[in-house]
Write a protein that binds this ligand. Structure first.
Ligand SMILES: Cc1cc2nc3c(=O)[nH]c(=O)nc-3n(C[C@H](O)[C@H](O)[C@H](O)COP(=O)(O)OP(=O)(O)OC[C@H]3O[C@@H](n4cnc5c(N)ncnc54)[C@H](O)[C@@H]3O)c2cc1C
Length: 437
């Protein structure tokens, strides 16, 4: 029996130690704006930056402190992945769109890396590569073929790691080999948000912290936004609320399912242990429905691991234990490790699990990044801003879709998520059983 209590010392994100989220100085509310943005996470700020640099008067409103949503809570892995695989995308949209979506992931990652570099963002970004573990040899073969295809089709450095070479990448016997892709790395998510905020403010974006938008209605060619600080008239509105969408945006709320994702951070580990468990300091993932994502902290002193949390209240014991047990299954030598932090945030899912920009009744939305928004949010925020600016070529994206489908019997409270997650867990157990027979 491993040491279970006390489970953690803090229930705030590890990332907030170095980059706490805070309110920005209060600014007067403009009576009129070119563009009002709802939400000041990565998406809203990236959009605001583009609009302000194009000379628009723009304000971003956030119900919490800027970044206090998913944008300072995430794993910082620059995955830019799409949940449905290439074959599913091809079946749904045809090969041309499927390929365009995959290719856009590559462009969006490069955009992010270039953005961090040109804006001199101190956010601990390192292009480490990502190792993805295979649960069994039956998974390894198709994963190896996918890595080969990725290299051939998109020119991404991607390759298979056979079981015998696994310890060069990760100190576990849990997997049966895996794949590596070198176009994915890690950053410090809260520092990245703080840097984005710095650049956006410097460009002239007004950010209103702790100022929820409580309603939006048409007013001739423009919109009236009711906020907790007063009413503002905006020519255009961009909605960037993702997993924190509330009743002020009823159309999106019925089409967006917030899914809780939880992370744990270990206490500091010795350099020898870190070198044994994560010798190449890569980002890590696995090939299962409810797979864990994990990584070394940017300073390489501890491990951060995340996964789904199917609870809906604040009693975190069961989900923390699930993550901790997962960590120990991977790395049995951590049996007695103590955890320093645990926290959760909401990721935003549409029914088809595809991010998108769409327009409805004149409002533009950039939504549904399904836990991969470190890449998609800055990219689609910028694309959405270009759409508002009428810059057709810079607005072009393979994710310019129709509005997401309505979720039946759903009004914004995801009562069905515990059952859905249990279904996925069952699929994972079956896959594991088949793989390990
Ligand atoms: C635990 C966790 C781990 C994750 N790990 C990764 C990862 O490793 N890699 C990756 O790529 N992605 C990851 N993600 C996903 C990523 O964090 C998100 O996709 C991304 O941050 C979304 O940014 P955003 O700006 O669209 O939304 P958010 O950052 O969530 O911002 C939305 C904002 O809208 C505001 N808002 C909502 N309603 C209103 C209103 N009515 N008025 C005013 N403001 C409003 C909220 O207050 C919130 O601040 C993770 C997410 C979580 C929670």
């Amino acid at each position: 029996m491993h040491n279970r209590l006390p489970l953690t010392q803090k229930s705030t994100p590890y990332w907030w130690e170095a980059a706490p989220v805070r309110p920005v100085p209060v600014q007067p509310l403009a009576k009129t704006l070119d563009v009002a943005i709802v939400g000041a996470g990565y998406t809203g700020l990236a959009a605001g930056l583009t609009l302000a640099r194009a000379g628009r008067s723009v304000a971003a409103f956030d119900a919490m402190n800027p970044g206090e949503g998913a944008s300072s809570r995430n794993g910082g892995i620059t995955s830019g992945s799409i949940r449905p695989g290439y074959s599913v995308l091809t079946r749904r949209f045809g090969e041309k769109t499927a390929l365009a979506i995959e290719a856009e992931g590559k462009v969006a990652r490069e955009f992010l890396y270039d953005f961090i570099r040109t804006e001199n963002m101190a956010c601990d970004f390192q292009l480490t590569g990502l190792f993805k573990g295979a649960l069994g040899f039956d998974q390894y073969e198709p994963m190896a073929r996918s890595a080969e295809l990725l290299a051939k089709r998109l020119g991404i450095e991607a390759y298979a790691v056979p079981h015998a070479e696994q310890h060069g990448y990760i100190g576990t016997d849990f997997y049966r080999g895996g794949t590596v892709r070198m176009d994915i790395g890690g950053l410090h998510p809260a520092k990245f948000h703080a840097e984005l905020l710095r650049v956006a403010l410097a460009a002239g974006v007004t950010v209103h912290a702790q100022t929820p938008v409580t309603g939006i209605k048409r007013d001739g060619e423009a919109f009236l936004l009711r906020t907790s600080a007063g009413v503002v008239r905006a020519r255009q509105v961009l909605v960037c609320t993702n997993g924190y969408t509330d009743s002020a945006l009823p159309f999106l709320r019925r089409r967006m399912v917030p899914v809780r994702s939880r992370m744990i951070a270990t206490e500091t580990l010795s350099p020898e242990v870190m070198a044994r468990l994560m010798p190449k300091k890569m980002m890590m993932g696995e090939n299962r429905q409810l797979g864990f994502y994990y990584r070394p902290s940017p300073d390489g002193t501890r491990i951060l691991l995340g996964g789904r949390d199917n609870t809906r209240d604040d009693n975190a014991t069961a989900p923390i234990l699930r993550l901790r047990d997962g960590l120990i299954e991977l790395f049995p030598e951590l049996e007695n490790v103590r955890l320093s932090h645990t926290w959760y945030g909401n990721v935003a899912m549409h029914r088809d699990m595809i991010p998108r920009i769409f327009e409805r009744d004149g409002l533009v939305y950039a939504t549904g990044f399904c836990g991969s928004g470190v890449v998609w949010a800055p990219w689609l925020g910028t694309r959405a801003a270009n759409r508002l600016l009428g810059n057709t070529s810079e607005a072009r994206t393979a994710f310019d879709f129709r509005p997401p489908a309505f979720v039946p019997f759903y009004n914004g409270t995801p009562w069905f998520m515990p059952a859905v997650i249990q279904g996925y867990a069952l699929q994972d157990r079956l896959a594991m059983w088949r793989s390990r027979r």
